[in-house]
Design a binder for this molecule. Structure first.
Ligand code: TSX
Ligand code: MN
Length: 644
């Protein structure tokens, strides 16, 4: 499976002293700490052999071929999806496991109420026993990777040890991998140690399954922020296994960012160009299912404006020499939710995944292509579902093609969390500067959520404390799809709820101190947006390409223009402030109805906001006295303004 160029050291690894090996140049690095760590883990895990990944195209191809041979990957039709594969996970290993995700620091208070805390010494003891012999019969891959362009002053290096070839090929697409990273690391460079095992050793002669993993009670996604280590066990899926993404770039990086005075955020990065060719860079943080990837690649529905993509998920930002905040995308690919992605919702994502893409848990059509719900193409007359079962649709009472299981219950062909993994460079609207090691200067932050009531279309923060308050209040109203009580707001501060690497109250305090590191005037302007307001006719705002109308107003505000009203809750656009030329309401509202809708979307629902403020105050309760006082003061200030 390894390329000839990769340095393999079969069972001999245990007997060859790494120092000697390094001197003889049989390993691709002379980094003693790295070599010793790999050697020790190879010994503990009892891996059959060790492969140092070189990151080459050849290595990628050979590993994909081996995955096909092993029955893990189904090659897709080269005419329809060249260079692409479909993987099906085990039915139980389909998403991040939040209750098995831990922040292991010495003091529980440092993890805070939003993180699962566990004592690091205790957890290391437990996990060491799980890791003992966990790679029997398997290859240990060493993946040196860079989060961010190699050599960028904002980038960080990690090394992931894994027994999953699926992880290796996904890391190839999602990060910068291989020898060039080891070269940058040198003999003494710092790196984040990332351990990963699927937790399913192979006995001699035992036939492997196509998605080996451990049961839920043995799964652990552990972070040790005090030593910048990640230990993952038992899952091969996405954020549990591709450790550069959520584990390193958000949970560990948020700790490093606090220590070092920068920001590691769950934000897309987009480049917006006006008809006058003025360029604006905007970061946006939204909870899941708000369409972050869609916004990052959006096709504006106002002539002359263009959107280009810098990143769709994570933004690392440092203050530059000029005092402005510069952002890089630490990733090199997109690991996007497939269902719902269509030529209507995200044409540029559809173009990005036309080739060289790994699909996980999608449906497979008879012509060797993939299919999912909300793809915008009719359901096929025969399909293999994500569990590998052959299905034919039936037509339901509403005349819609649906798929039924053996009990006659409607099922999904693609798992709702089915994914595509694709190189960012394939995105037709990727910004030319997306890999600029210096990053791009950020003009605005957007926060948001799915809020069918009360929250206006767009609202500008009056000052930085107000901005942090807005971020802390982000969240989405629950729907039948997320299986809890419908119509309750699930708070997701800064869209970081599943990704905080330390006490969220300290995190808000870190945000509040940003103006002390530069001047408030040089920080991005901050806005809260809500594309999801509803009335009796459905969604009140078209969203998608029409969001460019909101972004245009945001740019006007950045430039100190744009008509606005100074209200109790922030600066709102006047009802006529947005450029609505050519807007056609998707629900068929008349011009008069549209006028009423725009008035509602840009006004303050005073009673609704009093309840909203009380709900935000309640969401601070778990922090007790740790919540920064200025945020409570901001609550009181807005309440007072609402009452006058
Ligand atoms: O991604 C979305 N965005 C941002 C796009 C740039 N979605 C999809 C969310 C699920 C991932 C949206 N859904 C957006 C949006 O702005 N707005 C909505 C709500 C909506 C859905 C459908 C219609 C209008 C609004 N219209 C019709 O169906 C005709
Ligand atoms: Mn995300």
């Amino acid at each position: 499976m390894a390329s000839k160029k990769s340095t393999t050291c079969a069972a001999t690894c245990k007997t060859v002293a790494p120092t000697a090996a390094a001197k003889k140049n049989t390993l691709p690095t002379q980094h003693e700490e790295l070599i010793t760590w790999v050697k020790d883990f190879a010994k503990l895990s009892q891996a059959k052999n060790v492969v140092w990944c070189d990151g080459s195209k050849k290595e990628y191809k050979e590993m994909c071929d081996a995955l096909v041979k092993a029955g893990v990957f189904t090659p897709l039709n080269p005419k329809k999806r060249p260079g692409s594969f479909l993987a099906r996970s085990h039915w139980s290993d389909v998403a991040r496991v939040e209750d098995r995700t831990y922040i292991a620091c010495k003091r529980q208070e440092d993890a805070g109420p939003m993180c699962n805390w566990i004592d690091p010494a205790e957890l290391k003891k437990t996990m060491t026993e799980l890791y003992r012999g966990c790679m029997k019969g398997r290859t240990l891959y060493v993946i040196p990777f860079s989060m961010g362009p190699i050599g960028s002053p904002i980038a960080k290096i990690g090394v992931e040890l894994t027994d999953s070839p699926y992880v290796v090929v996904n890391m190839h697409l999602m990060t910068r991998v291989g020898t060039k990273v080891l070269k940058e690391l040198g003999k003494n460079g710092e790196f984040v140690k990332c351990l990963h095992s699927i937790g399913s050793p192979l006995k001699a002669g035992q036939k492997d399954s196509t998605w080996p993993c451990a049961p839920l009670e043995k799964k652990y996604i552990a972070h040790f922020p005090e030593t910048s280590e990640i230990w993952s066990f038992g899952s091969g899926y996405g954020g549990n296994a591709l450790l550069g993404k959520k584990c390193l770039a958000l949970r560990i990086a948020s700790n490093l960012a606090r220590q070092e005075g920068w920001l590691a955020e769950h934000m897309l990065i987009l480049k917006l160009t006006s008809p006058q060719k003025k360029v604006y860079y905007i970061c946006a943080a939204f909870p899941s299912a708000c369409g972050k990837t869609n916004l990052a690649m959006m096709e504006p529905r106002i002539p002359g404006w263009t959107v280009e993509t810098v990143g769709d998920d994570i933004s690392w930002m440092k203050i530059g020499a000029d005092g402005r905040l510069y952002a890089i995308n630490p990733e090199a690919g997109f690991f996007g939710v497939a269902p719902g992605t269509s030529m209507e919702s995200n044409p540029n994502a559809m173009r990005t995944i036309a080739k060289n893409t790994i699909f996980t848990n999608c449906g497979l059509t008879d012509d060797g292509d993939i299919w999912w719900e909300g793809m915008g193409v009719p359901a096929p007359d025969h399909v293999i579902d994500w569990k590998g079962v052959s299905r034919k649709p039936t037509v339901n009472a509403k005349g819609k093609k649906v798929f039924l299981d053996e009990k006659g219950e409607e099922i999904k062909v693609a798992h709702p969390n089915a994914r595509f993994t694709a190189p960012a460079a394939q995105c037709p609207v990727i910004a030319a500067e997306w890999e600029d090691p210096a990053g791009v200067p950020i003009d605005a932050f957007l926060f948001g959520g799915r809020r069918p009531t009360v929250i206006p279309l767009v609202n500008q923060a009056k000052d930085w404390t107000h901005a942090v308050f807005m971020g802390s209040a982000a969240g989405s109203e629950t729907t039948a799809a997320n299986l809890s009580a419908v119509g309750v707001v699930r708070r997701d501060p800064m869209a970081m709820l599943p990704f905080f690497g330390y006490n969220a109250a300290d995190y808000l305090l870190h945000w509040l101190t940003m103006p002390l590191r530069t001047s408030e005037a040089k920080l991005p302007k901050v806005f809260f947006t809500n594309w999801f307001r509803k009335d009796g006719k459905g969604f009140m705002w078209n969203g998608f390409g029409d969001n460019a109308r909101v972004l245009k107003w945001v740019c006007e505000r950045i430039d100190g223009k744009g008509k606005f009203q100074d209200t109790a809750i922030g600066y709102l656009p006047t009802p006529d402030a947005l450029d609505m030329k050519g807007y056609v309401d998707g629900s068929g509202r008349t011009a008069g109805e549209l006028k009423t809708v725009m008035a509602t979307l840009t006004s303050v629902d005073k009673e609704g906001w009093k309840k909203e403020i009380a709900a935000v105050a309640e969401s601070y309760a778990p922090f007790g006295n740790k919540i920064p006082f200025v945020l409570k003061a901001k609550l009181a200030e807005i309440t007072a303004a609402l009452n006058t």
